[in-house]
Design a binder for this molecule. Structure first.
Ligand SMILES: NC(=O)c1ccc[n+]([C@@H]2O[C@H](COP(=O)([O-])OP(=O)(O)OC[C@H]3O[C@@H](n4cnc5c(N)ncnc54)[C@H](O)[C@@H]3O)[C@@H](O)[C@H]2O)c1
Length: 390
């Protein structure tokens, strides 16, 4: 059997590849077009952690973890011919689809990037889903990292999947509406609809994994060797909130909270995120999933101000003197939104294990303090700036 993992050069994809490959003898085929490396270069930024080439990573995985079952294919999933060949040659029994342009701010720079993001993300997913159908691979379990962002920020607890709609005294279950707040997030709302179609029309078993904001630098496998590190971006476009704050702290900048910062956001640690994906990918061979299941891949909701204060506190353990400052909010958002989100199914999947936010931040500082020179050389990238292409 083989498992196909897309986006395998990315922040989540690479440690997921290692987790899966260390737990199975099956072939694990990694696919990526290395676009993330280019986008980050595009905005004049870099990963704080050095990112080894795919070949070097694979050599290290073989040496350190004895993973001779990993192979890497460079290619663009937007190209239908490439996806067709990939599926025809490898006939995967599981596809873990983690390839996407995942940055909301990048998707909003201009119309060209909005087009690029939507075309890239949606076409890649469609090519894979239709490819499975056309290659007679409709028993293949399709696992995709969508995002909790598709739920928006409603004033009621977010269900793990669909919603109930009532009209004129009658009620029925419906898919949760696409309430995305960015041109990137909306691609995942469309993907969720297309996953439903692929399940309803082609009978493909689907796990729609609505991923929260992921924090962390290391997993059990990446910790073993520097060549195995995953990327860590901290710039305005590609650094997610907790990562940017940690890098600001390392560079001696105050941590900047927009407005009151009392709005809570959903988070999951890198370790917990990849554990869930690996469990879905490996599953129980005798009991493969048949339906469409939505998982809210989230372990906690934390307010932005709490994120900043935890970073300031833990920073103290690393001799970092971190101030928390509030700036006028450039975004139109409810600064007190309490964000309640159901996650029972996901908590069951990862077996109740769960790295605390504090421990995650400790891990991040342990890594980042080794690369403070890189962060300081790119510290102007904390703010939106002039792009390499103007
Ligand atoms: N990191 C998070 O906090 C987070 C939160 C919610 C959802 N997600 C989702 O998880 C997945 C992984 O995110 P990430 O943070 O690792 O992002 P990432 O950018 O580091 O990884 C995505 C990878 O996909 C590759 N890729 C993109 N388009 C491709 C294409 N057309 N063909 C081949 N490869 C392509 C990129 O080169 C990159 O290596 C994405 O689907 C993202 O939307 C991530």
């Amino acid at each position: 059997m083989s498992i196909l993992l897309t986006g395998a050069d990315g922040y989540l994809g690479w440690p997921t590849a290692l987790r899966i490959a260390t737990r199975t003898d099956d072939r694990v085929v990694l696919v990526d077009n290395l676009a993330r490396r280019r986008w980050v270069g595009d905005v004049g930024a870099t990963s704080a952690t050095p990112v080894a080439s795919p070949d070097r990573r694979l050599d290290a995985a073989r040496e350190v973890h004895d993973c001779s079952n990993l192979s890497f294919v460079e290619g663009d999933l937007v190209e239908r011919g490439f996806v067709d060949e990939l599926l025809a040659v490898h006939e995967p029994e599981v596809v873990v689809h983690a390839a996407a342009q995942p940055s909301a701010p990048y998707s909003q720079i201009n119309g060209e990037r909005a087009n690029y993001t939507q075309h890239n993300n949606m076409q890649a997913t469609r090519n894979l889903l239709w490819g499975l159908k056309e290659h007679d691979l409709t028993d293949t379990h399709f696992v995709e990292t969508t995002t909790t962002g598709v739920y928006g920020a409603p004033e009621f607890p977010i269900p793990e999947g669909g919603a109930t709609m009532e009209n004129q005294g009658e009620a029925d279950g419906v898919p949760f509406p696409n309430m995305s707040g960015s041109w990137y997030h909306s691609t995942k709302g469309f993907d969720a609809q297309n996953l439903r179609l692929a399940h309803d029309q082609f009978d493909i078993p689907v796990s729609d994994v609505r991923t929260a904001i992921v924090y962390g630098t290391e997993t059990a496998e990446t910790r073993e060797d520097d060549r195995l590190k995953t990327r860590f971006d901290f710039d305005y476009y590609f650094g997610t909130v907790a990562h940017r704050f940690c890098a600001q702290a390392v560079a001696g900048y105050p941590v900047t909270v927009y407005g009151k910062g009392k709005q809570r956001k959903p988070f999951v640690s890198l370790e917990d995120a990849i554990e869930g994906l690996a469990r879905l990918a490996l599953g129980d061979a005798d009991d493969r999933p048949e339906g469409l299941t939505v998982y809210n891949q989230v372990t906690r909701a934390i307010s932005i101000v709490e994120v900043a204060e935890t970073i300031a506190d833990v920073g103290g353990e690393f001799d970092l003197d971190v101030a928390v400052e509030h700036f006028e909010n450039p975004r139109d958002e409810d600064e007190t939104h309490k964000m309640e989100i159901e996650n029972d199914r996901y908590a069951d999947l990862i077996g109740g294990q769960d790295q605390t936010f504090e421990d995650g931040v400790r891990d991040i500082f342990e890594t980042l303090t080794r690369y403070s020179d890189t962060i300081e050389s790119y510290e102007d990238r904390f703010l939106p700036g002039v792009l390499a292409d103007g």
